[in-house]
Structure formats: structure tokens, C-alpha cells
Unconditional design. Structure first.
Length: 160
């Protein structure tokens, strides 16, 4: 495949994708933005499962390229990078969650490959992915205190 050939398979333009997103997400609170050529959907955490289900079923965003999180001190974001092989489009969904009670529904029922990514975000940021079947530790040793990627995290000082 030559560079750019993948995008020749697009079944609709970016404007049509934007219209389709508005149609599919109708009735849900969201903001749609475009930055550096990428489309971003900004939502609140409680609707993440419904948004992702609609994107997967109705617009064929069938691949989760990655999941990560970001700490903004007073809130966290869980960031879902999606891709549609049928339509050759990427989409980023950012779900804002409370920093003091960081919980969001797991999307493992939609994309089973998110298993390790949700576990990593749970371990590093302290996010509870509600409905995830196995949020056991992945990277840190048992007994490790705190969440290393949170801005509030401080390394323990050895008093020797």
C-alpha cells in the first residue's frame, strides 16, 4: 500500500463525518472540536460507555488504538484514541472525571483489547474502571502506595 492509499477508501468526507457524529450523539451532552486535523469529542465521564457504544455500532469505530489519562489537578481526563478501518478515520474521545472520585465505566465490553490499558491507567492514576473484570496490578509491586502519574504524587524520601 502506498502512502495515502488508505485514505482513498474513505466512504465520506470529514464534513460528513462531523454531521454523522452530531446525528449519532444526538441527545447526549458533548463538544466536538477539531485541532491539528484531528476530531475530538469532549464529554463527561458518566456517558463514556454510551458514547463509545454508539461510535462503535453506528459509525464503525471498531479499533481502540490507545487509552491514556491526563491529570489537570482538579479533574482527570481519560483519553480514548479510536479508529474506523471501514471509514479510514481517527477520532479522539476525552472523558472528564472527578479527581477526588476518579471513576468511569470500562469499555472492555466494546473493545476487549483495552484490558491492559485500563489496568495501567487504574494503577498509575487511581481511576476505577467500573465493570472491568480484572483491575489487578500490572506494573507496580504489591503494597506500592499512591498513583505515580498523578500530579499530587510525591516520591517517598529515604531518611538515611
Amino acid at each position: 500500500m502506498k502512502p495515502g492509499e488508505l485514505y482513498q477508501n474513505r466512504t465520506f468526507s470529514k464534513d460528513e463525518l462531523t454531521q454523522a457524529l452530531h446525528r449519532v450523539l444526538d441527545g447526549l451532552p458533548y463538544t466536538l472540536e477539531e485541532k491539528v486535523g484531528e476530531l475530538f469529542i469532549l464529554i463527561d465521564g458518566p456517558i463514556v460507555l454510551e458514547v463509545c457504544r454508539r461510535l462503535n455500532q453506528e459509525l464503525k469505530f471498531d479499533y481502540l488504538k490507545g487509552l491514556t489519562a491526563a491529570d489537570y489537578n482538579d479533574y482527570l481526563e481519560v483519553i480514548y484514541c479510536l479508529y474506523s478501518f471501514d471509514n479510514a478515520y481517527s477520532l479522539i474521545v476525552k472523558a472528564k472525571i472527578d479527581a477526588l472520585d476518579p471513576r468511569v465505566d470500562s469499555v472492555i465490553s466494546i473493545w476487549t483489547g483495552v484490558d491492559l490499558q485500563e489496568r495501567e491507567a487504574a494503577e498509575m492514576y487511581g481511576i476505577d474502571f467500573v465493570g472491568h473484570p480484572n483491575l489487578k496490578k500490572l506494573l507496580l509491586e504489591e503494597g506500592f502506595e499512591g498513583f505515580p502519574l498523578r500530579k499530587s504524587f510525591q516520591l517517598p524520601v529515604d531518611e538515611k
